[in-house]
Design a protein around this ligand. Structure first.
Ligand code: HEM
Length: 325
């Protein structure tokens, strides 16, 4: 009985994904893990916003045709790359800088071996763990994409003005369950958002109220102060998790229960009967959140990966090896 069951399990894993292994670089780049850990630690200590920035870059990369480092490619006169899609313009430079540093060290130790997509996946895991989140295993062996087009991004990466139905569609169309989406949204336990992403909730919300009445009033007031000048100064921003902004924990879900959610899509999680039970579960039980987040981000990390000849190991993470228009 065991054999057919195992066989069925094997069949249910897409082929390219099944080629990834935990110890992919064991013989070809034995110091891979050490070099990654050292680079990531130095960068995070010097620029503490790196963790959240890298996690967001990784998420945006994976959502558009898989975790293949397509988001790292720079545009040129012939190609407007993913990174220059509107929604990606706010992706922070520190995350890209981290990848450059890691790639430079790895190319010195083992030239032409480690892909940029593996660097991004491993850096994301190391950083999540470093800021207090769970440790999970990262399967390796991704190849980097041959394609990166800004025009591919719209509709594949969720935006704050989407309805819950639309957001759920974005995730379920890629094979994620609603529960996995709620667990992944817990990534907003770290990092920040620019005022323009939530300004509609705190200024001119309706004829009767300047802000969304479901936001905790003192929180709305504080946000209005922080963002008072945001049109002239678009860099103004607020923490996604106002209580413990730099710690990866389950406070994000507790905040949602108290009207302290920042983005409208965050707040919607506590309103919608399809997502609320999971918010309540994770708010009450950090262990459950960590377990489900680990599972969901492992699934995200292998989404749409390229292996074999479907991709390449880039020499520089921001350019294809062979120039392509
Ligand atoms: C409905 C789904 C989601 C929407 C609409 C959304 C939208 C946003 C927006 C608008 C920001 C602020 C960006 C800025 O102003 O610079 C942000 C930040 C962030 N998002 Fe999401 N997001 C979603 C889901 C996710 C998921 C699933 C992850 C990761 C697995 C994630 C990770 C992050 C992180 C870490 C930040 C902070 C970035 C930083 O501090 O540099 N988001 N998100």
């Amino acid at each position: 009985m065991a054999f057919p069951l195992l066989f069925l399990l094997f069949l249910s894993i897409p082929f390219s994904e099944s080629k990834l292994t935990i110890d992919y670089y064991k013989n070809t780049c034995p110091d891979f893990e050490k070099i990654m850990r050292e680079t990531v630690t130095t960068k995070q200590i010097n620029s503490p916003t790196t963790a959240a920035g890298t996690l967001r870059v990784f998420f945006h990369d994976c959502m558009v045709d898989g975790c293949d480092a397509s988001v790292l490619i720079s545009s040129n006169s012939f190609n407007k790359a993913e990174r220059d899609a509107d929604i990606n313009l706010s992706l922070p430079g520190d995350a890209f800088d981290l990848v450059v540093r890691a790639k430079t060290s790895l190319e010195l130790a083992c030239p032409g071996i480690v892909s940029c997509s593996d660097i991004l996946a491993q850096a994301t895991r190391d950083l999540i763990t470093m800021v207090g989140g769970p440790f999970y295993k990262v399967r390796l062996g991704r190849k980097d994409s041959f394609v990166s087009k800004a025009s591919r991004v719209d509709g594949l990466v969720p935006t704050t003005n989407m309805s819950m139905n639309a957001v759920i569609d974005v995730f379920t169309s890629k094979g994620f369950t609603i529960k996995e989406y709620v667990a992944l949204a817990g990534a907003h336990t770290i990092g920040f958002s620019h005022c323009k992403e939530f300004s509609q909730r705190i200024f001119h919300y309706s004829k009767t109220s300047p802000s969304d009445p479901e936001i905790y009033p003192k929180f709305a007031e504080a946000l209005r102060k922080t963002c008072s000048n945001y049109v002239k100064d678009p860099g103004m921003s607020a923490f996604n998790d106002v209580m413990t902004p730099s710690k990866f924990d389950n406070m994000y879900y507790q905040n949602l229960q108290r009207g302290l959610g920042l983005l409208s899509t965050d707040h919607a999680l506590i309103k919608d009967p399809r997502t609320k039970p999971f918010v309540d579960l994770y708010a009450a039980n950090q262990t459950a959140f960590f377990q489900d987040f680990s599972h969901a981000i492992q699934k995200l990390s292998v989404y749409g990966v390229k292996t074999g000849r479907k991709g390449e190991v880039r020499r520089k993470c921001d350019a294809f090896n062979n120039f392509k228009a």
